[in-house]
Design a protein around this ligand. Structure first.
Ligand code: 5GP
Ligand code: ZN
Length: 139
């Protein structure tokens, strides 16, 4: 995908409007158009990278401080009790926009937002095998 086909690139290039809350030389943050809750923001690098595994390491290092800064402001502004940060990586994980981004979702006591997954039982053997295979890839 090139940037003219990408919604977030078009937002970055001011070709599409957004409710922008933050901008610096590398990132913008704007309100999600279909928010899970009031104040739901997306933190987006200005340069197009499809997902976390493509993403530039230097920018990655710069991203979390931006998330923290925006999170602090959003939490105060919305009087949120808490927040989730979330990155959907790949279609099967729910990624709809193929331009890497982090969701910042303010949470309020008693809200009905559902960010959860089922818990499954796993045997020690399966846990051991999974650990070994991941460690092999990390070597
Ligand atoms: P994903 O599922 O890729 O992690 O999240 C994409 C998010 O982008 C969704 O929550 C969706 O509501 C939001 N979104 C999609 N198109 C637009 C748009 O044109 N403007 C804004 N502000 N958000 C968008
Ligand atoms: Zn893009």
């Amino acid at each position: 995908m090139n940037s003219s086909d990408c919604i977030f690139c078009r937002i970055v290039n001011n070709e599409l409007p957004c409710f922008k809350v933050y901008e610096d030389s590398d990132f913008i943050a704007f309100l999600d158009i279909r928010p899970a809750n009031r104040g739901h923001c997306l933190i987006v690098p200005k340069k197009h990278y499809e997902n976390l595994l493509d993403f530039d390491e230097e920018l990655l290092n710069k991203m979390m401080p931006v998330v923290k800064k925006v999170a602090s402001a959003v939490k105060k502004a919305t009087k949120a009790d808490a927040f989730n940060i979330l990155l959907n990586n790949g279609k099967e994980a729910g990624q709809e926009v193929n331009h890497v981004h982090i969701h910042l979702i303010p949470r309020f006591k008693g809200d009905q937002v559902n960010i959860s997954w089922g818990r499954r039982e796993m045997s020690n053997k399966e846990l051991e095998e999974t650990t070994s295979s991941i460690k092999r890839e990390l070597e």
